[in-house]
Design a binder for this molecule. Sequence first.
Ligand code: GTP
Ligand code: MG
Length: 178
Amino acid sequence: MQHERLLKVLVIGDIGVGKTSIITRYVHQVFSQHYRATIGVDFALKVLNWDHKTVVRLQLWDIAGQERYGNMTRVYYKEAVGALVVFDMTRLSTFQAVLKWKGDLDSKVALGNGRTVPAVLLANKCDQRDHGLCPKLPKLESFSREYGFIGWYETSAKDDTNIDAAITCLVKSIMSLE
Ligand code: GTP
Ligand code: MG
């Protein structure tokens, strides 16, 4: 018999970095250029046939970038078991905010054993590499290790680059923790 696991995963990062676009790409396989700010939080669900005995119900919590300045994140983060922390490769300020989001996360939610929840770092909009910050960014491999991310990916919601890989990496890590 198959059993089900419900996983609550947060998608966080500054305004306009592409959180909603990443989720929409992953769940509905579409992309829109049109920007519509998320207000508060949105939800999406993707059901994964994880292995022959496990179905994963992946609940993605799409947190508005504006919430960084609000006080709601503690409520939203409750009982999360993992996170995608997103920045926009073309805007340095969004990279500088990554550690604020990661700090916010780790100060407000932890696993049962007290450890931090697994988080993957996403450098989104890599289709815009020509306008990218690559020379200005630290090496993401060492940066992500130093600050406790389990991995990092250059992603594009527009071109569908590494979205699946990044989320699969996170879910694998979560599933290996039990
Ligand atoms: P908030 O809800 O305000 O926190 O923003 P968000 O992080 O959800 O950003 P959203 O997904 O709404 O995307 C913002 C803008 O960036 C939109 O115009 C998207 O079309 C665009 N965008 C998102 N991902 C990509 C990408 O991978 N490449 C390019 N070129 N544009 C992207
Ligand atoms: Mg959004």
